[in-house]
Design a protein around this ligand. Structure first.
Ligand code: ADP
Ligand code: MG
Length: 261
């Protein structure tokens, strides 16, 4: 059994090859601790989303191990996958693609809770059996009026849709949310609002995040500790304090140059 400290998720030497033999993820190890936001930055095509999909068990690993606390997720087993689905949620880049256009916001929002009926998050204390109240509470958490519960996705802006998806991810009280470019498709003016919301929610709930972006400024804003990915590999790892140090990898310095220009 793996020894656990503060770690929520530990990945060891994960490798994922596509059919062509290309290693999109090449022996990556990482650890995400309770309540922390680990940042992952790298340019488009370097393998960030593939790594996210591996951690979400949406891809079969070619090599490596993934541990959710003391549970080995790489040993594929139905019970293990069920546990992981509850504990690890995700928010992706394109909110429109993540919402069923035919479902009212109420039903999209409650999808995860409706599916995992045994979960009773502590923030629903007092109204566990009232589906409408739970939905209203979730929307309120992400700053959306309850009047939208009966709307369809096309009636909401991109930022509002992403808020709904953040609420859905939080609804089953996961230990970890993988945020894969959660603001990349939004207007610049909305991006900072969503990042601030994510930070506030983390402070309130103590959930861990893996925050993935091609934008070093966004990763630096969100995370105290970050990893830099290039062509499937982690080439650098640092804390926020060390980001500007002379020891940084050449590639990190290139990203910093874009960020500062
Ligand atoms: P990022 O999220 O950093 O932009 P991706 O993980 O989406 O990177 O892609 C990493 C590499 O893997 C890219 O070269 C991409 O073309 C390739 N890739 C992604 N998905 C597939 C797939 N399903 N089949 C084959 N190659 C893929
Ligand atoms: Mg991606």
């Amino acid at each position: 059994m793996k020894l656990v400290g503060n770690s929520i998720l530990t990945a060891k030497n994960i490798t994922k090859k596509y059919a062509c033999g290309h290693k999109a993820v090449d022996s990556i190890s990482l650890e995400i601790n309770k309540g922390e936001c680990l940042g992952l930055v790298g340019e488009s095509g370097c393998g960030k989303s593939t790594l996210a999909r591996c951690l979400l068990l949406l891809e079969r690993l070619d090599e490596g191990e993934i541990w959710l606390k003391e549970t080995p997720l790489h040993e594929v087993h139905r019970g293990t996958i069920r546990k992981a689905r509850k504990e690890i949620q995700a928010v992706f880049q394109n909110p429109t693609a993540s919402l069923n256009p035919k479902l009212k916001i109420m039903d999209s929002l409650m999808e995860a809770l409706d599916f995992q009926k045994d979960i009773q998050p502590c923030f629903f204390n007092g109204f566990q059996n009232d589906r409408l109240k739970k939905a209203e509470y979730l929307l309120d958490m992400v700053g959306i009026s309850k009047t939208y519960l009966h709307s369809y996705p096309h009636e909401l802006s991109g930022g509002q849709k992403q808020r709904v998806l953040i609420a859905r991810a939080l609804s089953i009280e996961p230990s970890l949310i993988i945020l894969d470019e959660p603001t990349a498709s939004l207007d610049v003016s909305i991006q900072a609002k969503i990042l601030n919301l994510l930070k506030d929610l983390q402070d309130q709930l103590g959930v861990s995040y893996l925050f993935i972006s091609h934008d070093l400024a966004a990763v630096n804003f969100m995370s105290n500790r970050m990893m830099v990915m290039q062509q499937g590999k982690i080439v650098d790892e640092c804390t926020k304090q060390d980001l500007f140090s002379d020891e940084r990898h050449t590639y990190t310095r290139q990203l910093l140059h874009v960020f500062e220009s």
